[in-house]
Design a protein around this ligand. Structure first.
Ligand SMILES: [Zn+2]
Ligand SMILES: [Zn+2]
Length: 179
């Protein structure tokens, strides 16, 4: 047995795991044979989401979890960008905006991200009621770049939660009406 295998054998599994977590973190948003967003070794050749240019996965390897989350976020954004600007509380654009903003805010809170680096801080610079389409879209997409955002898995999870709690609220309202 050489010295190297001896070292590996005696290493604490937790230390090895922490080492891998650190290695993964150091790879995030760097091109290589790993996932561009989380640094995982298991990566697909391409993301396959509908917004590769705008969301920065174009030409990068991405793991299946990140690809799934990227797709969910891209579909949400596309829907939001397609919705007309309406100056009303019931605006679809504003509803979708509030959901992605709320998800990003919750994620930053949980991760302890400083406000000036948080995605929701940059998203807040778009105005769903006032902004013309190109400006609105540009500001939102720019927010992902300015925050050098990569935790799409976390964001997709929070976005689901936002949508679920909204649904629960709607149901509660509906039940209180029929009673
Ligand atoms: Zn990944
Ligand atoms: Zn993608």
């Amino acid at each position: 047995m050489n010295e190297k295998t001896q070292d590996l054998k005696s290493a604490d599994p937790l230390v090895l795991l922490l080492g891998y977590v650190q290695l993964k973190q150091s790879r995030v948003r760097k091109a290589g044979s790993w996932c561009f967003f989380c640094g995982d070794d298991q990566s697909l050749a391409r993301c396959g989401c509908p917004m590769p240019e705008s969301l920065g996965c174009n030409g990068q390897r991405v793991c299946s979890d990140c690809a799934k989350a990227h797709r969910a976020i891209a579909v949400h954004l596309k829907q939001m960008f397609a919705a007309p600007r309406v100056d009303r509380v019931s605006s679809v654009r504003a509803k979708l905006f509030n959901q992605i903003f709320g998800a990003a805010e919750e994620l930053a809170e949980k991760a302890g991200t400083p406000l000036e680096q948080s995605l929701h801080h940059f998203i807040a610079q778009a105005d769903p009621y006032e902004d013309e389409k190109p400006h609105f879209k540009g500001t939102i997409l720019d927010a992902f770049n300015r925050a050098t955002f990569s935790d799409f898995v976390g964001l997709a999870k929070e976005l689901d939660r936002e949508k679920d709690s909204e649904l629960a609220l709607k149901l509660a309202r509906w039940f209180s009406c029929v009673r």
